[in-house]
Design a protein around this ligand. Structure first.
Ligand code: CIR
Length: 253
């Protein structure tokens, strides 16, 4: 059974880091309700939900994707580029280590956030962003090359993370809102969409994806391509530069 690692949102979510967006009020109660809806979308499709310990002192703790990245037989504990996020690692590390997956960690001076890591087949695209540095990418490459992964670094200047701008559909097509993608030519198959919020999709299974409810035209486009599309409202997380990918770590069976 596939497992979903999640962490409930902090009541201090509204104080989270912002890089490209202006701060607007976020509603903690609505955020919690939206998070529960997000988790339910997986639970009702057969995913096992694995809650990480709460980290209410960390406003961005709900964005668990940034602190752990799973590569089938290896879990990489990251070292976030944002100082305020380093304290999120400890509790996540305990859960991952207890799961029995081999674990490695990015070391200083390397920085890496999971939002900058996109797997497509055996290729791992890694965003060189304000949060992920060359040393972090080099460490990841050293870990993954012997395991048969091809690590490709890509520049990120227009959005927070690589996966804020692009993600991949079940068939490996990379999807993104072109004005916010530094270089679409990096990706062998690229599908441009009309809504920035539609850039992030989570693959639920071979035929289904999860997407933000703020991207109805992208949802229609994906349905036209034959996919089942589950749309969930995540407005309170989008205010903090979050998206559907960053709210969980997927451990696929
Ligand atoms: C941050 O700036 O770190 C958070 N406010 C948002 C993190 C979003 N994470 C992601 O897209 N993977």
């Amino acid at each position: 059974m596939s497992r979903l690692l999640v962490r409930r949102p902090s009541p201090r979510l509204a104080d989270g880091e912002l890089t490209h967006l202006e701060r607007v009020p976020a509603d903690a109660a609505l955020a919690l309700a939206q998070w529960e809806g997000y988790v339910d979308a997986f639970r009702t499709r057969g995913w096992e939900i694995v809650p990480l310990p709460a980290a209410d002192d960390h406003p961005d703790g709900v964005f668990v994707e940034d602190v752990v990245v799973i590569f089938s037989d290896l879990a990489v504990i990251t070292r976030p580029g944002a100082d305020s996020r380093r304290g999120e690692i400890e509790t996540a590390q305990g859960v991952v280590e207890a799961s029995g997956i081999e674990t490695a960690a990015i070391q200083a001076p390397g920085t890496l956030e999971g939002g900058d890591v996109l797997k497509v087949g055996r290729t791992v695209y890694v965003g060189r962003s304000s949060r992920t540095n060359d040393e972090g990418i080099a460490q990841l490459r050293t870990l993954l090359t012997p395991r048969g992964w091809d690590v490709v670094a890509v520049p990120i200047t227009k959005v927070l993370h690589l996966k804020t701008g692009v993600t991949a559909l079940p068939d490996g097509t990379v999807i993104g809102y072109e004005p916010l993608v530094d270089d679409v030519s990096v990706y062998p198959e690229f599908l441009g969409i009309a809504e920035p919020e539609g850039s992030a999709v989570v693959v639920l299974d071979e035929h289904s994806v999860l997407i933000s409810a703020a991207a109805p035209r992208t949802a229609d486009l994906l349905r036209d391509r034959g996919l089942d599309v589950v749309a969930v409202p995540i407005s309170e997380f989008e205010k903090l530069e979050g998206c559907v990918t960053c709210l969980s770590v997927r451990v696929r069976d």
